[in-house]
Design a protein around this ligand. Sequence first.
Ligand SMILES: Cc1ncc(C[n+]2csc(CCOP(=O)(O)OP(=O)(O)O)c2C)c(N)n1
Ligand SMILES: [Mg+2]
Length: 404
Amino acid sequence: MAATPRARTTTKAAPTGGKASAKKATPTKRGSGKAPVDDHAKSASGRKSIDDTAGRAAAAAYGEQVSFARGKRPSDKLSKAELVQMYRTMVLARRFEELVIDQYREGNLPGFVHVAIGQEAIASGVGHALGDDDFIGSTHRAHAHIIARGSNVEHLMAEMMGRITGVCQGKGGSMHMADMSRNVVGANGVVGSGAPMMTGVALAQKELKTGNVAVAFYGDGASSQGNVHEGMNLAQIWQLPILFILENNRYAESTPTWQTVPVDDLTVRGAAFGMKTFAVDGNDVLAVYDTTAVAAEYARAGNGPVYIVAETKRLSGHYVGDAEVYRPKGEAKAARQTDPIPAFRAQLLERKVPERDLKAVEAEVEETMERAVEAALAADFPPAEDAMKHVYAEYPYPGPVLGL
Ligand SMILES: Cc1ncc(C[n+]2csc(CCOP(=O)(O)OP(=O)(O)O)c2C)c(N)n1
Ligand SMILES: [Mg+2]
């Protein structure tokens, strides 16, 4: 995986969050980073008993989109090669998960699997805006996040299949894979637990003065979990270098968000902690990149945490095998119109990236993934006598521990 650009931009986010006087976001045109209109508003307006006017007012002040003067977006500095790498990350994550679905159906992949098809722009935009030494903590839907950190897809696929060549020697599987060689502290089966976990990682970065930031991904469902609120609260109290990135796909399993969250605009949850908060179109990879770059620079400079709400759509079921009977008619088809991969491909062509370069990337990803599946299928399972190894940390820990 090619190196990602290190986004230590000096571009200022405007306006600054947390001020009631904050100016609303300006961009409106396509690709400008404006978060999409809430297409679930109809469902949400069916809720009569909760008046969220106050929440909306607060969100108007806090949930800004980052706006930039002409030519000042961090992504303006990306070379064509870097843009193509961002595209490759998205295509790689998509193909990885398509093959995961195939292998699951073939019976080669045990456990319970969640894919993030449709959400790749968030993974790629965040992954490419971070530095190599930054940390991420993910969720039960982690593959794309980890791939965007540059983890080896052969080892990830082997992990999915419980093989000894896996990134955790086949003992983690989809929901518990970690890759400390890429500062991936872990996927997580316990919804919301990435927030307090990464708050701890961020505390370590602050104490050790590493200059690194921690990123905690979580979903709209997780945003109601107590542990998320505890993590955000402590991070703000201690002014830690952490980005809380909420991927708002508007479902928790089969339950639409409007049935479980009493506010329509989730940015208000950052406002509750007085936290700098951004809203972004999570299907626009460059907008995600820009927002993350600004947020990471802010947190890295010691200004405290940033909360980012990225609107997106899950184009697959909650888990592989989900019949999705809970989806309103036509929703899945409509969602496919906003698929971030063809959208970014079109944007690259508009920016005069030659189509042959994109085709070459697509072919290379295909080959890479075919090889990864073959290698995983050919690898051994870990020996039974290793079952109790690596359950508890061994001291002295062989490292690496948080970059020490
Ligand atoms: C603490 C905990 N509660 C419940 C679950 C069951 N569960 C797994 S995924 C999920 C939905 C999470 O929704 P969201 O946070 O929006 O993430 P998404 O699945 O949309 O990516 C739930 C409730 C769990 N794994 N852990
Ligand atoms: Mg969700």
